[in-house]
Design a protein around this ligand. Structure first.
Ligand SMILES: [Fe+2]
Ligand SMILES: [Fe+2]
Length: 219
């Protein structure tokens, strides 16, 4: 499984950029007059993608970067910014349970979330990813494979929600085209998720690595 992942998954920095692109593409489809069901699908998809992405960065990317980049102000504020996102995600997920709560306040909360995300993504893409590509050059592939494997675990509880919200978030014909391109990293996770269900799961990886990591603060 690890050999397959190493060959098939992008580097960790490419995967992080793909995740960012996916969330931004979802937000670009959300306008004030978007139909209610589509707003719910877009927000659900974006919130799950952000939850999984933030946890992957905190477990794999940031710790690797901290080993070679000490005292970086952007790196230091990354996790507090994730926490701000989590608070808004929690409110949005709660409000999206009923049609009545998908209102102007919901719109504003999603835009507030995206304002934080856009600033955060700008910092990561102009500071942290280039730093990783300079300082962790030989590690990027291995970290990418590790991230994909962990993604499979994190996506399992959301597999159905992701499938449904992706289908409703993108037009017919692009749900399996553009959506899979923009959600490339998520798609790779989904592909391996089905393998995991068939008994080629990630148990060994979890035993080896999770003992050294804090449990999820998010899920
Ligand atoms: Fe990120
Ligand atoms: Fe981040």
């Amino acid at each position: 499984m690890n050999a397959v992942l190493n060959r098939m998954t992008p580097s960790i920095t490419t995967m992080i950029r793909m995740d960012h692109t996916h969330v931004l593409a979802l937000s670009h489809r959300y306008t004030a007059d978007t139909a209610l069901a589509k707003k719910r699908a877009l927000v659900t998809n974006a919130c799950i993608a952000l939850q999984v992405h933030a946890q992957l960065e905190e477990e794999i990317f940031y710790p690797a970067l901290r080993l070679v980049l000490e005292g970086d102000e952007v790196l230091d504020k990354s996790e507090p910014e994730h926490q701000q996102m989590r608070e808004l995600i929690g409110e949005l997920r709660e409000r999206s349970k009923t049609d009545e709560s998908i209102d102007e306040v919901f719109d504003e909360k999603f835009m507030q979330l995206m304002r934080i995300v856009i600033h955060h993504v700008a910092d990561e893409e102009t500071r942290l990813l280039p730093a990783a590509e300079r300082l962790l050059r030989d590690e990027l592939g291995r970290l990418g494979a590790e991230m994909t494997q962990r993604r499979i675990e994190l996506m399992k509880p959301y597999a159905r929600e992701i499938a449904t919200s992706t289908a409703r978030s993108f037009p017919v014909g692009t749900a399996t085209g553009a959506a899979l391109v923009t959600a490339g990293a998520l798609a790779i996770g989904a592909m391996f998720l089905s393998r995991g269900r068939n008994g080629h799961g990630t148990g060994e990886w979890r035993k080896k690595d999770l003992s050294n990591r804090g449990s999820s603060k998010l899920m």
